[in-house]
Design a protein around this ligand. Structure first.
Ligand SMILES: [Zn+2]
Length: 208
């Protein structure tokens, strides 16, 4: 299947895409990953991209679109994750056939709860006070180090990330809805439940 995956930070997009890759042996295509790879391999493109990054500039749209197109062409099954991020980008790939655009819809309240419950030790072992609590409160199971919140997990920062995501994504959701490609999945429940819903939705499509 040819899938675009949309969802705000905290929607469980990572889990869903990992499972889709496994179950559908689809290629996972993420512009962030590809850019990093090009840069580290020092390809012609990578060298160009690096110039922008080193100056602290955004990598121009046309580069990203070209990279994505090159990755997608000829692939029967793929999951496009983290792209498109704008209507311009969506328009730029409109010739690429798609089966579905999956939108993981989750309220801000849930996202805040998910992020603000995260705890890590200084060795970066991760926990969640509700979903993945350590055996002893406030201490890492592996090394016994104290657990603390990450700096960027403060509610204000989460709210801002969420707001920015919706500002950019809302037009995309509308765009793909009009094209009849959008399927919205409630991403509030636990990740395995969300993924079960995703699979159900995909089954319906593949029967069409
Ligand atoms: Zn630890």
């Amino acid at each position: 299947m040819k899938i675009i995956l949309l969802g705000p930070p905290g929607s469980g997009k990572g889990t869903v895409s990992e499972n889709l890759v496994k179950d559908f042996s689809a290629a996972h295509i993420s512009p962030g990953e590809i850019l990093r790879e090009e840069v580290s391999k020092e390809t012609t493109l990578g060298i160009e991209i690096k110039k922008y990054i080193e100056k602290g500039n955004l990598v121009p749209n046309q580069f990203i679109v070209e990279i994505i197109k090159l990755e997608i062409i000829g692939k029967k099954d793929f999951i496009l994750d983290g792209f498109p991020r704008s209507l311009d980008q969506a328009e730029a790939i409109k010739d690429i056939p798609l089966d579905v655009v999956l939108y993981l819809d989750v309220p801000e309240k849930v996202v805040i709860e998910r992020f603000s419950g995260r705890r890590t030790c200084s060795n970066n072992h991760g926990y969640h006070i509700k979903y993945l609590p350590p055996k002893k409160e406030g201490l890492c199971d592996i090394d016994g180090l104290p657990l603390s919140k990450r700096k960027d997990d403060k509610p204000d920062i989460i709210k801002e990330r969420f707001r920015v995501y919706h500002k950019n994504t809302a037009p995309l959701v509308e765009y793909y809805k009009k094209k009849g490609l959008l399927i919205s999945v409630d991403a509030s429940p636990a990740p395995e439940k969300v993924y079960a819903e995703v699979k159900k939705a995909l089954k319906k499509i593949s029967k069409k």
